[in-house]
Design a protein around this ligand. Sequence first.
Ligand code: FES
Length: 127
Amino acid sequence: MTHAPDRTSDDTPTDAELAAVFYCTSDELPEGKVLSKLLHRVPVAVARHEGTVFAFGALCPHAHADMSTGILEPGGGISCEMHLWRFDLASGRCTMMDDAVLPTWSVTEADGAITVDLRTTTNGTGR
Ligand code: FES
């Protein structure tokens, strides 16, 4: 008996694989921490801020600074360390520049693991 391959020949992840991509353990993301890394070649940052976990683009749209070095701000924001553009963590929108936005993704925390749904962004910015 043969089975259909789970992956395409170029190792593109399946929708099922993209639906819940492991990012880190809950212990690795304490309150006030921001992390960044590539998930299936997509630069993704996660932050735990004011009790909520967020997933958003790891590269600032201005000059591609790593958002994990950003500064978490009261009220659910993060400021890029390089030139201090401020972004809303939930929407990804820059509060200083109308056209600047970070992609955002659905993120889940369950059983001590944080996973990101990479199938589509939650703010319409594409994957
Ligand atoms: S690189 Fe982020 S504000 Fe300039």
